[in-house]
Ligand binder design. Structure first.
Ligand SMILES: C[S@@+](CC[C@H](N)C(=O)[O-])C[C@H]1O[C@@H](n2cnc3c(N)ncnc32)[C@H](O)[C@@H]1O
Length: 199
């Protein structure tokens, strides 16, 4: 089977199983960023089945380029490993089975791009770690910032309130943080894009 066909199957299987993978519009937007910034090292927080990481891997640039992606659920981790092997990308994508809130604190590598796409309640924790782990001039991208319209809406159901509040705090933080130059892009479910100017 051709790689494109395998990737389409990975996407279809994820959608059939209601696994929240990146939306097409958001992916297209991020591809353009990656095309321009030519990343050598990408860090992804929230692998799911590896769909976004597989897509990003086409835009890696230079020697020893790599994506490190972190997934808390063992079942997802196993599926991501399987998908990445099917795509023959084991040497380009490293999947870590861990809670990113803990794992990130143990690493000091520097990345060109950090993609935040995991538990919304932890987005501010992820942002601070992402700033620490991003090179100056590097880019932090956070997905699902609009949370299906909830982030900018006045009323939200109780069960969504904590996540919504954390996402709002993220938006305020990225605006006010002098280390960052940020914008919210209303594509897909909303992408927060921040360039790290200083640390
Ligand atoms: C939206 S999905 C990721 C989708 C993936 N980036 C894609 O577009 O193909 C979010 C994933 O983050 C994982 N996750 C949630 N909290 C996490 C944490 N603290 N550490 C690592 N992974 C986490 C979830 O298990 C889930 O698989």
């Amino acid at each position: 089977m051709e790689k494109e066909e395998i990737l389409l199957n990975i996407k279809k299987e994820a959608l059939d199983n209601h696994i929240p993978i990146i939306e097409d519009d958001s992916l297209e937007y991020i591809k353009k960023i990656l095309e321009e910034c030519k990343p050598n090292k990408i860090l992804e927080i929230g692998t799911a089945v590896g769909y976004s990481a597989i897509n990003f891997s086409k835009y890696l640039y230079g020697e020893n380029s790599k994506i490190t992606t972190i997934e808390i659920k063992e079942q997802m981790y196993e599926k991501a490993i399987e998908n990445i092997s099917l795509m023959k990308l084991q040497d380009k994508i490293e999947v870590i089975n861990a809670d990113a809130t803990k794992y990130l604190k143990q690493i000091n590598d520097q990345y060109d791009v950090v993609f935040i796409d995991a538990a919304k309640g932890q987005y501010l924790v992820f942002l601070e770690e992402a700033i620490r782990l991003c090179k100056i001039g590097g880019i932090i991208i956070a997905d699902n910032m609009l949370y299906r319209g909830r982030t900018l809406s006045n009323y939200n159901e109780h069960k969504h309130r904590t996540a919504t509040n954390r996402l709002r705090e993220y938006l305020v933080q990225m605006e006010e943080d002098e280390r960052l130059d940020s914008k919210l892009v209303k594509v897909g479910d909303g992408l927060a894009i921040s360039i790290v100017k200083s640390k």
